[in-house]
Design a binder for this molecule. Structure first.
Ligand code: SAH
Ligand code: SF4
Ligand code: F3S
Length: 437
């Protein structure tokens, strides 16, 4: 019996697919590389932007023929898309051949749904509206991102940025106990993982209720675990980014000098309409504090163009922020209205052509900075954690602590090893070098 999982969306979803794989393994399924061979195909979906939804709809639709030829195959659709109000029904209507539809709050029950479906003809459609307690005793996740391991520290989000669907599909913010997080981190280091990434929609507001550990203290506690490994975390909300966190990064060498701090916009009017709760001045001040303690800290970000009412002047302020904040890279998005959010009802939509033209200019500005920063690497030796082998390029690849990708040749299997690489050239944003012996 074989399974195939298709994952859309953020790291949170990538890790949740590892949990789904764990559940399937406990039922005796093994992974396969071709969906056509699968006895169960799971789509773990995202709805952050319309194109994420369209992708999922398209790929699920393509299974109709396969399913008609292989009636026993089970198709399950879970994650953020069906968690939206009314979407599970739409999915069922559009794709009656889908066997199981579940949401974000009941992933832990997937095993029951599969067993139920094996006994009945009717589709199993189960969406829970409330987030419930954090489940700590499920099946072990089947991790797929060695040498990195994802660790959830919070679930859900309380921020309600006006454009964002996440609080509606992931529920209110809940923090895992620090004891559980630290013990998971310890076993992962013992198992040989070389990079731990703590995950939450807004890690800075982590608190387990008993207030015994704030986020900076939790980070320090994980960094104190014996062994050589890197510690990363995402995502930080600028409004909760503290001086204490900057100090924790400076004091613990295992915490990478690299922070993902989504700015979203460089215009105060837009930030206000987005309900981000900081001004561009506040944002730059946070970066200043961060770099006071961690002088070379890389800052990466997320930026949205075409938010309702965004003027050319607002957009130019975002371009200016790219310069001022000296981002080392940025994810750039065209605003996508999400039903049920506050921004979806806002007037003054920005025409698509304008948004498209703005995002091109923004990408160019971001890339110019990234290329400029990459150039500074030439001639330097950096420590790279080797992550993978690229058969096309016939080279190993990995990242330095700032998150910059480097390619290099190697004779033995280097995945999971820390290696010193001397950078000889730059192609676009990637570095190319030789291992130093
Ligand atoms: N919790 C994280 C990330 C959430 S989603 C945070 O607060 O930063 C990742 C990114 O998707 C966001 O940072 C934002 O830039 C983008 N995004 C969210 N909703 C969007 C929408 N409706 N349209 C376009 N981009 C969006
Ligand atoms: Fe969405 Fe804002 Fe929460 Fe991030 S902080 S998940 S952008 S509502
Ligand atoms: Fe998408 Fe859900 Fe993540 S909407 S970005 S998969 S939290």
């Amino acid at each position: 019996m074989k399974y195939y999982i298709t994952t859309y969306g953020c790291q949170m979803n990538v890790h949740e697919s590892e949990k789904i794989a764990g559940i399937l393994a406990s039922l005796g399924y093994e992974s396969c590389n071709d969906i056509a061979d699968a006895d169960i195909a799971v789509f773990n979906t995202c709805c952050i932007r319309e194109n994420a939804e369209n992708h999922a709809f398209g790929n699920i639709g393509m299974l109709k023929k396969l399913k008609s030829e292989r009636k026993d195959m089970i198709i399950a659709v879970g994650g953020c898309l069906p968690q939206q109000i009314g979407k599970a029904e739409i999915l069922h209507k559009k794709f009656p051949f889908v066997d199981i539809i579940f949401g974000t709050h009941n992933l832990g029950k997937l095993k029951d749904y599969i067993l139920k479906k094996q006994k009945q003809k009717k589709a199993v459609i189960e969406i829970e509206q409330s987030e419930g307690e954090i489940c700590e005793n499920g099946d072990e996740p089947l991790r797929t991102s060695y040498p990195n391991a994802w660790i959830n520290i919070t679930y859900g989000c309380n921020n309600f940025c006006s454009y964002c669907i996440v609080p509606y599909v992931r529920g209110r913010e809940r923090s895992r106990s620090s004891a559980n997080i630290i013990s998971e981190a310890k076993s992962l280091v013992r198992e040989g993982y070389k990079e731990l990434t703590l995950l939450g929609q807004n890690v800075n507001s982590y608190s387990n209720g008993s207030t015994d550990l704030t986020f900076p203290r939790l980070l320090a506690a994980v960094a104190a675990i014996d062994g050589k490994f890197r510690l990363r975390f995402m995502t930080s909300h600028p409004k909760d980014f503290s001086e204490e966190l900057a100090k924790a990064i400076a004091e613990n060498p295992k915490i990478c000098n690299c922070v993902h701090l989504p700015a979203q916009s460089g215009s105060n009017a837009v930030l206000k309409a987005m309900n981000r709760k900081y001004t561009v001045e506040d944002y730059l001040k946070k970066i200043e504090i961060l770099r006071k303690y961690v002088p070379n800290c890389a800052v990466t970000t997320d930026l949205i163009v075409g938010f309702p009412g965004e003027t050319e002047e607002d957009f130019n302020a975002t371009l200016k922020l790219v310069e001022e904040a000296d981002f080392s890279s940025a994810f750039t998005f065209v605003y996508s209205p999400r039903e049920g959010t506050v921004a979806a009802k806002m007037p003054n939509r920005v025409p698509e052509e304008v948004s498209k033209e703005r995002i091109m200019r923004l990408i160019e500005a971001v890339n110019a900075r990234t290329r400029e920063q990459s150039q500074k690497y030439v001639g330097k030796t950096v420590e790279i954690l080797c992550e993978d082998y690229d058969p096309k390029k016939q080279k190993y690849l990995g990242r330095d602590e700032y998150g910059r990708m480097a390619y290099f040749s190697g004779e033995t299997d280097l995945v999971g090893e820390f290696v010193k690489v001397n950078i000889g050239s730059v192609n676009g944003i990637s570095l190319y070098g030789k291992i130093e012996v």
